[in-house]
Design a protein. Structure first.
Ligand SMILES: [Fe+2]
Length: 367
């Protein structure tokens, strides 16, 4: 048994610790391809999962990730292979970067192609199939890194079937919307403090989790229209792949947002910063990013830890249009009231989701 004791550590006069930002890093296409090749040559794993975590050099266990709170996993499936079912309380965004295939998530079938995105909800049993002729390659982004840091990442291999789950008491009928429970919260002080009984504490209102699929071909049609906004547009040409179950936190999962961006040639962003960490995968064009004063070149097929939370950065496209998939832990930060954002460095810091945000000049462009 450990004889280590709790200590009182005086912090009254101690200055707040300085942020130690993880440096940006580019994982080159050739390195990703070498790892894909290596995974393909392994003997088939018992659980069917040919997977590698992509780990930032500053990451420490528990909770390895490419960003402090975001795990990125490279997964491949050879033709004819399938994975064994699994479920966990981390939530995922999946992004197919080569080939295609089928995801079965909580009994829902998703047939996906290259650059499609879909999500996996908490404790949803899921598995993957590759019935095609090409290698299937996916990047999975999840909050497993964060949950492992919190010591609460619960993972079950070969979970009970969806049918068994449907009859569990956790999915019983909820109170109809608008009906006040006999044991509901009530206002306690005139300035708005409430009291909540235990019966509500252990039975909060539920939001139906949704497994959603964003086929790239259709997203691209919408994204290409944003190219028409022209050189004078000061915003970014982005569509968040929004899951309405995440409400006001603008997420694809409750923790992460995925967004598809087009950068027309020779567009240079203004330097800005936000406390959400950002990971980009570039799948057309090339460009450069300046992050905390250091310049990084990238091109199609590269994955990049493109901005540590609160690091000043901007991105620029070279001579061709750039398509990129961006993942940030923005919903988590909105929920925590910690999403500080500075759209331009001369503007004040704003707590997005709690204070007024920023505007673009789109209304004036009349496009
Ligand atoms: Fe950014």
């Amino acid at each position: 048994m450990s004889d280590r004791k709790v200590e009182f550590r005086y912090c009254g006069d101690a200055p707040a610790p300085k942020l130690k930002l993880w440096p940006a890093v580019v994982i080159a296409k050739r390195d990703i391809e070498t790892e894909i090749e290596r995974l393909a040559q392994l003997p088939p794993p018992a659980n069917g999962r040919r997977s590698s975590m992509i780990v930032h050099p500053n990451a420490i266990e528990p909770g390895l990730g490419l960003a402090p709170g975001i795990r990125v996993t490279l997964n491949i499936l050879k033709p004819g292979e399938r994975t064994r079912p699994i479920r966990h309380n981390s939530t995922q965004i999946d992004f197919c970067i080569r080939g295609g295939g089928t995801a079965m998530v909580r009994g829902q079938k998703i047939d996906f192609e290259q650059y499609d995105v879909w999500n996996t909800t908490s404790m949803a049993p899921y598995w993957y199939l590759n019935e095609g002729r090409e290698l299937q390659v996916r990047l999975t982004y999840s909050n497993a890194a964060l949950l492992e840091k919190m010591n609460v990442h619960v993972v079950e291999d070969d979970p009970p079937s969806v049918d068994a789950e449907e009859t569990s008491p956790t999915v019983r009928e909820q109170e109809p919307v608008g009906r006040v429970s006999r044991f509901d919260t009530f206002q306690f002080t005139n300035d708005g403090a409430f009291l909540m009984p235990y019966e509500r504490y252990i039975n909060p209102p539920t939001v139906e989790p949704k497994v959603l699929h964003w086929p790239w071909k259709r997203v691209k049609e919408e994204l290409d229209k944003l190219a028409r906004l022209g050189k004078d547009y000061v915003g970014r040409r982005v569509y968040v792949l929004y899951n309405p179950a995440t409400g006001r936190t603008n997420g694809t999962t409750p923790n992460l947002s995925a967004a598809m961006t087009i950068r027309p040639p020779r567009i240079v962003d203004r330097p800005h910063r936000h406390t959400s960490a950002a990971i980009n995968y570039y799948f057309a064009g090339s460009g450069r990013s300046t992050v905390e004063g250091k310049v990084y070149e990238w091109q199609a097929g590269d994955l990049m830890f493109s901005a540590p939370g609160w690091g000043v950065h901007n991105h620029a496209s070279h001579d061709e249009p750039v398509y990129e998939m961006n993942v940030q832990d923005q919903p988590l930060n909105i929920a925590m009231e910690s999403l500080l954002w500075q759209e331009q460095l001369k503007l004040p810091v704003t707590v997005l989701g709690a204070q007024a945000g920023f505007e673009t000049n789109r209304a004036q462009l009349k496009i």
